[in-house]
Design a protein around this ligand. Structure first.
Ligand SMILES: O=C(O)CCC(=O)C(=O)O
Length: 259
């Protein structure tokens, strides 16, 4: 089996801090293939069920967001469903099976771009439980100059807060006045490397001040056993799910399974 050499130290780091940086999770050939696929979908315009930012120029300054691309493009699908990445997610969460929640391509265009404000992901989502994790794959080298990710260590243990509006953000730190300020971890990455972050981890990405797009491909996994809560979310809104229903079936495939 094609396995990334994830160490016990990296797993312990993730559990303590709510994120971990993993270098070279893709081979150079895989990176090139995924970049080509990403550029093909970037060149297309989709409706707002796929291209969430399409109707809102202020949102597009934060990022152009295209979602559930695995259902549209075979080249993307290969990486959304990639067992090597899913197995890392499963081991970091420490669960028997992980399912796909969704993928998305997040591109900060050069020019008048804006930061992705500090937020948690879990408050946006419509599944039960707290075993969710995102793989943020850099398709370009990233640092503070072009919008790399930043994380607050240990913030995944601060509970679920309200969702932060990405265009008109509230200060999330004002929602946790009792927490000691902590320095963010700045995740400078080479293309083909990634970070994994927990659904409750506070994270941020600065504006893209470079003259090229900053492309990130993100895959979100959830532990098997999660149920639909009924909260509005683009991934579930148009399906006739009942609150309490298990996420299963071909739209939420199992991507990794262990003992
Ligand atoms: O890529 C970004 O700018 C932000 C990404 C993010 O918030 C996420 O992957 O959860």
């Amino acid at each position: 089996m094609d396995v990334y050499p994830l160490t016990e130290q990296q797993i312990a780091f993730f559990r303590e801090n709510g994120f971990v940086q993993l270098d070279n999770v893709l081979t150079p050939d895989e990176l090139e293939e995924l970049r080509r696929a990403a550029d093909e979908v970037l060149a297309q315009r989709y409706d707002v069920h796929i291209e969430l930012s399409a109707a809102n120029p202020d949102y597009e300054k934060v990022f152009v967001q295209k979602l559930n691309l695995w259902l549209l493009h075979d080249g993307i699908r290969k990486y959304t469903l990639h067992p090597r990445l899913a197995e890392i997610a499963r081991r970091l969460l420490g669960v028997r099976r992980v399912r796909l929640w969704h993928d998305h391509l997040l591109t900060k265009m050069p020019g008048d771009s804006k930061p992705s404000p500090w937020h948690q992901d879990r408050p946006y989502w419509s599944m039960s439980g707290y075993d969710q994790i995102s793989c943020w794959l850099a398709l370009d080298d990233v640092d503070e100059h072009n919008g790399c990710m930043q994380f607050i260590p240990g913030s995944h243990l601060w509970g679920e807060l309200e969702p932060i509006d990405l265009v008109h953000p509230k200060d999330i730190f004002a929602l946790v006045p009792d927490k000691e300020p902590r320095e963010p971890y700045i995740a400078r990455l080479k293309a083909g490397s990634c970070t994994f972050h927990h659904g409750l981890t506070f994270h941020y990405a600065g504006a893209n001040h470079s003259d090229r797009p900053r492309r990130a491909f993100v895959i979100i996994y959830m532990a098997d056993g999660a149920r639909y809560t009924g909260k509005p979310h683009v991934i579930t809104d148009r399906l006739s799910l009942q609150p309490g229903q298990l996420f299963e079936g071909e739209l939420y495939p199992i991507l990794a399974e262990g003992d």
